[in-house]
Design a protein around this ligand. Structure first.
Ligand SMILES: Nc1nc2c(ncn2[C@@H]2O[C@H](COP(=O)(O)OP(=O)(O)OP(=O)(O)O)[C@@H](O)[C@H]2O)c(=O)[nH]1
Ligand SMILES: [Mg+2]
Length: 216
């Protein structure tokens, strides 16, 4: 029986190669945006990486692009405070979003990010897919569910990416996968495949590259 929300299959050799080639090209930081008025022109396909603080958004962008210091990754939750735009070749923007669900910052600041995040997720014409990152140890939390609802109502297709797969044992991972599948089933905008990744070990990176390439 096919499970709902199966794990994405590994790409065949040609598809994987196309994905590799896309990310073999240069990636460059474009700008960090703090207001909708600052967004770069919507002149290419865009994918974004959303998720709770510290889930591994910036690390995943670094792993995809093979550029360690491109997106700033850190031990301090709430590190990425702007919407950061990166180009990957001439046809694609990778967008690193500020984490949500981080309470340990001044309320005013948190509210400002959340507002911008919501405006961006619901109002960007060229946003082709949102990757919603979920820690493979923790599963979907209520803040994730809220973001998923927002994406449903904005009709932005989102795909769930489990992060830090290297930190979880197989049995625990399967429990979390079941929880994630149950949560995704409630969201019409959820793309029906999950990608399991480790930015540390490289798991799932070739698969994700191929998926992103397929959106161009
Ligand atoms: N073991 C392991 N650690 C990871 C992985 N991905 C990220 N981390 C660690 O998790 C921490 C947070 O990673 P970031 O990439 O900064 O997370 P973020 O989602 O961008 O965080 P904010 O910008 O604060 O929202 C860092 O210490 C990373 O080294 C992974 O695949 N495996
Ligand atoms: Mg970050």
């Amino acid at each position: 029986m096919q499970l709902p929300f199966p794990q994405a299959e590994e790409p065949d050799a040609q598809t994987a190669e196309n994905g590799r080639l896309l990310f073999a090209g240069p990636s460059e930081f474009v700008k960090g945006v703090v207001a909708m008025s600052g967004l770069p022109p919507a002149d290419r396909v865009e994918v974004c990486f959303a998720g709770r603080s510290n889930v591994g958004k910036s690390s995943l962008i670094n792993a995809l692009t093979g550029t360690k210091g491109l997106a700033r990754a850190s031990n301090t939750p709430g590190r990425t405070q702007e919407i950061n735009f990166f180009t990957q070749g001439p046809d694609l923007y990778l967008v690193d979003l500020p984490g949500y669900g981080y309470a340990n910052a001044p309320l005013k600041v948190v509210e400002k990010w959340q507002k911008l995040l919501k405006q961006y997720l619901s109002g960007r014409q060229t946003l082709r897919r949102a990757f919603v990152l979920i820690d493979a140890r923790h599963g979907v939390k209520s803040v994730d569910d809220e973001i998923m609802k927002l994406l449903d109502s904005s009709a932005v297709t989102f795909q769930c990416v489990l992060t830090k797969a290297d930190k979880v044992k197989a049995v625990d991972r399967d429990k979390v996968l079941a929880q994630v599948r149950g949560a995704l089933a409630k969201h019409p905008a959820a793309y029906p495949e999950i990608v399991l990744t480790s930015s540390e070990k490289g798991d799932g990176i070739a698969t994700l590259r191929a998926i992103i390439n397929s959106l161009l």
